[in-house]
Design a protein around this ligand. Structure first.
Ligand code: SF4
Ligand code: MG
Length: 283
């Protein structure tokens, strides 16, 4: 049986020392091993950004996609090979700006994919611009006088889109994050996990200390019924979207694979597909 070390490869990440993305990489590797997967069972699909490099740093199948398009690629992979555990990841700019349309529709489609947003509340790769997750008044090169827009709430967005699994964590809490990724992988449907991942180089506001002071760890709070949508929304609103832990899970809604007829359980490569000459020519 594989251990987390089997999900390591020889590539040294070129993230800045202290970047939150290191812990997310480690949490994915640990979670995959903990749920009994082998590297060949897993595909990591990423978008563009510092976060996008993650697909190259894990020993599994990897696809470094294009900006904002990790989710369409991940869904295509899942449709072609239902046996794969597909994990999509990308930054807040990737998922909530250029890729926003895909994010909303992938959530409501409820395909068996785990989507991890590496949320640093800024554009890191392009050296520090305001993202849809930057707070009102946040000063960067693109908003030198402060952002005039409010930050988007990933949790409210996911709930509004009809997510069946909504969780949030912070990269400094690798134990909680690993557990949430494990639960997300096991969830039958789309699992949305937003992870605060401090950009130590360009975001001097939302630091590890800032999160330590501001997040509300649901694991330390009184338990509530996680399948209750109203309670989950209340928790999100009460904490200003800073709740960490499993926030909402609906285990009754059928996944896309269950609903769509003709979605065969075995990979396309193993299916005996006989195309007619006309179908072949239309490919
Ligand atoms: Fe991480 Fe920020 Fe450095 Fe990118 S620029 S690797 S997000 S610390
Ligand atoms: Mg970002």
């Amino acid at each position: 049986m594989a251990t987390f070390k089997d999900f390591r490869n020889k590539i040294k990440p070129n993230w800045c020392p202290g970047c939150g993305d290191f812990s997310i990489q480690a949490a994915i590797q640990r979670a995959a091993a903990n749920v009994g997967l082998e590297p060949e069972d897993v595909a990591i699909v990423s978008g563009i950004g510092c976060s996008g490099r993650i697909s190259g740093y894990i020993h599994a199948y990897g696809f470094h996609g294009i900006h904002g398009r990790a989710l369409p690629i991940a869904q295509g992979l899942k449709m072609a090979n239902r046996e794969l555990t597909v994990i999509a990841s990308g930054g807040d700019g990737d998922g909530f700006a250029i890729g926003m349309g895909h994010t909303v529709h992938a959530i409501r489609r409820n395909m068996n994919i785990t989507y991890i947003v590496m949320d640093n509340q800024i554009y890191g790769l392009t050296k520090g611009q305001t993202s849809p997750r930057s707070a009102f008044g946040f000063k960067t090169k693109s908003t030198p006088e402060g952002s005039v827009e409010d930050a988007l709430s990933p949790l409210e967005l996911a709930m509004a889109a009809g997510a069946t699994f909504v969780a949030q964590s912070v990269s400094s809490n690798i134990k909680q994050l690993t557990r949430l990724i494990e639960e997300g992988i096991k969830h039958d449907g789309f699992s949305f996990i937003n992870v605060f991942s401090p950009c130590v180089t360009f975001n001097k506001i939302n630091t590890y200390d800032w999160f330590k002071e501001h997040i509300v760890d649901l694991d330390e709070e009184e338990a509530y019924d996680r399948s209750n949508r109203t309670l989950a929304m209340t928790k999100i609103m009460e904490t200003g979207s800073l709740a960490c832990g499993l926030i909402y899970q609906d285990q009754t809604k059928k996944s896309y694979e269950q609903v769509v007829s003709g979605f065969k359980p075995e990979p396309l490569a193993k299916q005996d597909i006989q195309l007619t000459k006309k179908q072949f020519e239309q490919l």
